[in-house]
Design a protein around this ligand. Structure first.
Ligand code: ADP
Ligand code: MG
Length: 223
């Protein structure tokens, strides 16, 4: 469903390309763990996949269509409606309640007003949060609860693909596994950039970035 063809990305301030001729195909049943040392280019690759960065060489295809970097309408539609994002720092709006955070995304995603309550309740159910969390502010929740809210937020738009940049980076050990189980249970193709070895058992496939190159390990075929 997503194809990268010969992607090369060099920041003007860097002596070498951060990504050097990457090829990758992501299919509908993939849950990818993206590994690599700090500074190896994981977030750079996720920003390209998430249609936030177009300053690269090569081609990106989404559902059979080549991403045309000049076609802002296409890009906005795919990013808003088809791709879900999960971040290390949750990115909840701190002066809005959980419910207001979620309503805001419903409005941006053009969910009809009469369906907003039902959509929020459904998303909350999928991430196993109780309704009494809705009126709390983000700082009144634990890290794991905030990440569940962030995942509920991304589910509101029924994403076809989820991009998670260090989703467990701010969580303690047992909360990490809860969040990873939750991500796996969604059954939505996903790429998770991470340092955590603990993420590996949840993945169907492990990728490593090193010196601008991508090394692909299909776990099932690994020796
Ligand atoms: P990772 O997520 O694996 O830690 P990044 O993708 O953030 O790695 O960074 C990869 C490399 O690109 C690093 O050397 C970093 O300094 C550089 N880099 C990242 N973002 C920028 C930027 N906006 N401008 C210049 N260099 C950048
Ligand atoms: Mg990073």
């Amino acid at each position: 469903m997503i194809k990268l063809r010969n992607i090369t990305k060099q920041y003007p301030t860097e002596p070498l390309p951060t990504l050097d001729g990457l090829d990758l195909e992501i299919s509908a049943d993939d849950l990818i763990g993206l590994y690599g040392a700090s500074g190896s280019g994981k977030s750079t690759l996720l920003r390209i996949l998430g249609l936030f960065d177009f300053d690269y060489e090569g081609e990106l295809h989404f559902d059979g269509s080549k991403i045309d970097v000049e076609n802002h309408a296409m890009i906005t539609t795919i990013r808003r409606e088809k791709i879900g994002f999960i971040f290390q720092d949750f990115k909840l709006i701190s002066d809005k309640t959980v419910k207001e955070n979620l309503e805001w995304v419903c409005i941006l995603s053009k969910i009809p007003k009469k369906h907003i309550k039902r959509s929020i309740n459904r998303a909350f159910f999928r991430v196993s949060l109780s309704q009494n969390m809705l009126d709390k502010y983000p700082h009144q929740l634990s890290g794991g609860q905030q990440q569940r809210v962030a995942i509920a937020r991304t589910l509101l738009k029924s994403p076809q693909f989820i991009i998670a940049d260090e989703p467990t980076g701010a969580l303690d050990q047992s909360t990490k596994s809860e969040i990873l189980s939750l991500i796996k249970s969604l059954k939505i193709p996903c790429i998770i950039a991470t340092h955590d070895l603990e993420t590996q058992p949840y993945c169907t496939r492990i990728l490593y970035i090193h010196s601008g190159k991508l090394h692909d390990t299909h776990k099932d075929k690994a020796p």
